[in-house]
Design a protein around this ligand. Structure first.
Ligand code: TYD
Length: 207
């Protein structure tokens, strides 16, 4: 059986990931593709419990190493219990955030050396890498302004704009390093224009 495609969706907060993931799902349905939607941190019962710890604003601040290791603990569970079994059955996996978020947030944002993340990536993922990563890219302050009207901020959303500028810069440098895997979508435009770009990427994937 042909392995399913593994597609990850990335970007700073406020880039419209959720709306665009719903659009991707619609297009895959139209094309009769068997797929699941999932997210990180989370995606399984255990990984969602780890997510709650990671995003909890009631807890005291955690060390950046703890944060990184919890991200990968959740990821190990998600990969073994959900992602790999789905791909093996030929089901496509559309994942809202994956390891590029760890590079962008824990390395770009928190300053953990990239090699630490690369070591965990090799350990936890073996040779599993996304086939395609969609990066919804926009100015960090525009993204933050969009999320701040949404209500209660989680532990990451409480960070200052400098943090998100560093996160965005790391995403863009990853996109440069892996041009064959990354598709950058300018998320600062209006939704119609964003979906036109997205549709072109999907047309390419669905041939
Ligand atoms: P979420 O509510 O899913 O954020 P968004 O709606 O912006 O996607 O919360 C997930 C948060 O976790 C988000 O702020 C990014 C962060 N994160 C990391 O810092 N490292 C990671 O490896 C992952 C997967 C997420």
């Amino acid at each position: 059986m042909t392995r399913g495609k593994f597609i990850t969706v990335e970007g700073v907060e406020g880039g419209g990931k959720s709306t665009n993931i719903a659009y991707i799902a619609e297009q895959l349905e139209k094309s009769d593709i068997d797929f699941i939607l999932t997210r990180e941190p989370g995606g399984t019962e255990v990984a969602e419990a780890i997510r709650n710890v990671l995003l909890d604003t009631e807890l005291p601040s955690m060390h950046s190493d703890t944060e990184l290791l919890l991200m990968f603990a959740a990821r190990a569970e998600h990969i073994q219990k959900k992602i790999l079994p789905a791909l093996a059955e030929g089901t496509w996996v559309i994942c809202d955030r994956f390891t590029d978020s760890s590079y962008a947030y824990q390395s770009g944002g928190r300053g953990i050396p990239t090699e630490r993340i690369a070591a965990l990536e090799t350990w936890v993922q073996g040779d599993l890498r996304p086939d395609v990563t969609l990066l919804f890219d926009l100015d960090a302050d525009v993204g933050l302004a969009r999320t701040r009207v949404r209500g209660a901020a989680d532990r990451f959303e409480k960070e200052a704009v400098d943090f998100f500028n560093a996160v965005r810069a790391k995403y863009l440098s990853m996109a440069k390093a892996f041009p064959e895997r990354y598709r950058i979508i300018n998320a600062q435009q209006d939704l119609d224009a964003v979906q036109k770009q997205l549709q072109m990427v999907l047309d390419d994937l669905l041939v």
